[in-house]
Design a binder for this molecule. Sequence first.
Ligand SMILES: Nc1nc2c(ncn2[C@@H]2O[C@H](COP(=O)(O)OP(=O)(O)OP(=O)(O)O)[C@@H](O)[C@H]2O)c(=O)[nH]1
Ligand SMILES: [Mg+2]
Length: 305
Amino acid sequence: MSTQTEHFRSGFAVLAGLPNAGKSTLLNALAGGLLSPVTDKPQTTRQNILAIIEGDNYQVVFVDTPGFLRPRYKLQQTMAACVERAVGEDADLVLLLVDASAPDLQAHQQLFEKIARVFCPVYLVLTKTDLVKDSNILSALETEVRQKLPNISQVFRVCAPRAEGVQALKEAVAQAMPQSPAYFPPGQWTDRWERFYAAEFIREQIFKLYQKEIPYSTQVEVEKFTEDLGSKNFIRAIIHVERESQKPIIIGKGGAAIAQLRQRAQKRIEEFLGRPYRLELQVVVSPNWRDDPQFLERFGYIEHD
Ligand SMILES: Nc1nc2c(ncn2[C@@H]2O[C@H](COP(=O)(O)OP(=O)(O)OP(=O)(O)O)[C@@H](O)[C@H]2O)c(=O)[nH]1
Ligand SMILES: [Mg+2]
């Protein structure tokens, strides 16, 4: 990859949408790997996650963001701030994802207001097209969104799990990037450490295994991440919960639930990092951590300029 020629393009393409719109699924399809957690529950993504994708004459930094929502507690405020920052400051292009299978445009009102004000180009991406049999419905939805957001310059339809429409979108995004040298060195695909992914995948498995408020009340902290022991790579993680009563739910009868969690998370981490790990989990009560600024800062939810 020649990163310095005058024809080289590079920039940030931000994926924005409501919770559950399919942003992380699309990011993974664009990147060709499962690097951003996907679950069937809304609010899975809590922080911006980058996927750096390169071609012969471009490097696109795709930014997965948390689903946009009206914040009810401090953690959600930080999630909304992630979207604001990505869309309002970082973006060279905004990809607005709308779930075509359940489009509630009323619920998009606030997000649309934000996107109406951006200075960069905006592409509309209709997701989950496999769930919509009649293409007239998609056309009508496109028209309706375009009426609300006249700054949409192109429209795409994707079904990310089947990789439909993904290549065409990727090429269009690369073309839309400004002429610029690459932001990251060639071959770099993320800006995060491996321990961040380990924590994210444990959290992903919590979202998949537990119900009701439990996923939303947990935060995962990788306390120890040792790599120098050859086949005995070791990770110790703390699962923070908000209340004492949530601890036995995470652990389960006779430890069955946490054993299952440990097994699944370990497998997920091993698949992602391509090496064997031994995972140890501990549950700790951190009262009302979702509203605790110091706690949130420690986990990088609150960013300083
Ligand atoms: N049928 C179908 N399901 C999809 C498609 N794309 C995503 N999904 C499902 O939609 C759910 C939400 O997907 P995510 O990618 O986690 O959505 P998100 O926008 O990142 O959600 P948050 O991180 O919570 O904001 C998951 O169950 C996905 O498997 C699609 O094209 N077709
Ligand atoms: Mg997500």
